[in-house]
Design a protein around this ligand. Structure first.
Ligand code: NAD
Length: 296
């Protein structure tokens, strides 16, 4: 095989962001500027990078972009009070609390305290319930699987009838919502996880393989069905040596150099799912702001 099509998440995200910019400008003419509030607790370096990228993209879209940096030792009550204030703020249409948060805080309590109407991450149980019920129009789809789905649709179209999809990973952020989306598009879906027996054999059934594990290069070339569409969600920082010098680089969950010769299409890491996740956050925030206009 000549080599897979590279699914360019960066370019796709840039196109999406342009559309969001245009729609934001149109909405602003009606006096509504989408507002996104990002709450970060503590100083986790990866989280700082993610939050900076989200803020930069929100500003580029023409949003009101607000960042709340909270001390790592803040109390549960202080954090909940901040979320309450943002829930009540009419200028804010989307609230996200960057995860992970320090262990002394209850992440579930925090994500469930965000008003469902402003839950642009799609983590509130009300929104998860709607997604699971197939009410995609009435919910906020979590950003990472939403981005993956757009990339899959670009390769295979909107109707995935007759296709086998295998997701590796069952997290509430990626694996489970991904399954709901693929099911809604008529794929036959299998979710694998750390207790799945003979994972390579299950993976080999997949016309669409989504890897969301967090283990560098776990999915080998011979796990992939020839002609499959492979979506690599994993972001893993690994140590490498370049000219005798210790460095680090980002890598996915899929052994890319093997998979690229077998798959029909594959997302690179970096430059695949990551940029699409941020673009979908912007799309959800715009949608939230548009809903406030529809309700007046
Ligand atoms: P998680 O730790 O919550 O879930 C990992 C899942 O992998 C679990 O369901 C677990 O059962 C499964 N798993 C672990 N070991 C396994 C094994 N040996 N075989 C099969 N399954 C196994 O992680 P998550 O939040 O879903 O994230 C997964 C990866 O995706 C991470 O690398 C994360 O950094 C990345 N991620 C990327 C984006 C993005 O925007 N690109 C967004 C979210 C997460």
């Amino acid at each position: 095989m000549a080599g897979a099509t590279l699914i360019d998440g960066k370019a796709m995200a840039a196109r999406l962001t342009e559309t969001i910019k245009t729609k934001t400008a149109a909405l602003s003419e009606h006096g509504i500027t989408p507002g996104l509030a990002v709450v970060i607790v503590g100083e986790d370096s990866a989280s700082q990078v993610y939050v900076r990228n989200k803020k930069r993209t929100a500003e580029a879209c023409g949003f009101l972009s607000v960042q709340h940096s909270v001390d790592k030792d803040c109390s549960q009550d202080e954090l909940l009070e901040l979320i309450r204030t943002l829930n009540d703020d009419a200028d804010i249409h989307g609230i996200l609390v960057q995860l992970p948060i320090p262990d002394h805080l209850d992440a579930t309590l925090v994500t469930q305290s965000v008003l469902p109407a402003k839950d642009v991450d799609g983590f509130h149980y009300e929104n998860i319930g709607k997604l699971t019920a197939g009410n995609l129009a009435g919910t906020f789809v979590p950003c990472t699987p939403a981005g993956c789905m757009l990339m899959i649709e670009e390769q295979l179209g909107l109707d995935l009838s007759g296709l086998d999809a295998v997701i590796i990973g069952r997290s509430i952020i990626v694996g489970k919502p991904m399954a709901s989306l693929l099911l809604a598009a008529n794929a036959t879906v299998t979710i694998c996880h750390s207790r799945t027996k003979d994972l390579p054999q299950v993976a080999r059934r997949a016309d669409i393989l989504v890897a969301a594990v967090g283990r560098p290069n776990m999915v080998k070339g011979d796990w992939i069905k020839p002609g499959a569409v492979v979506i690599d969600v994993g972001i893993n920082r690994i140590d490498i040596t370049v000219d005798g010098e210790a460095k680090s680089k980002l890598t996915g969950d899929v052994q890319f150099d093997e998979a690229v010769h077998i798959a029909a299409a594959i997302t690179p890491v970096p430059g695949g799912v990551g940029p699409m996740t941020i673009a979908m956050l912007m799309a959800n925030t715009l949608r939230s702001a548009e809903r406030t206009q529809e309700s007046v």
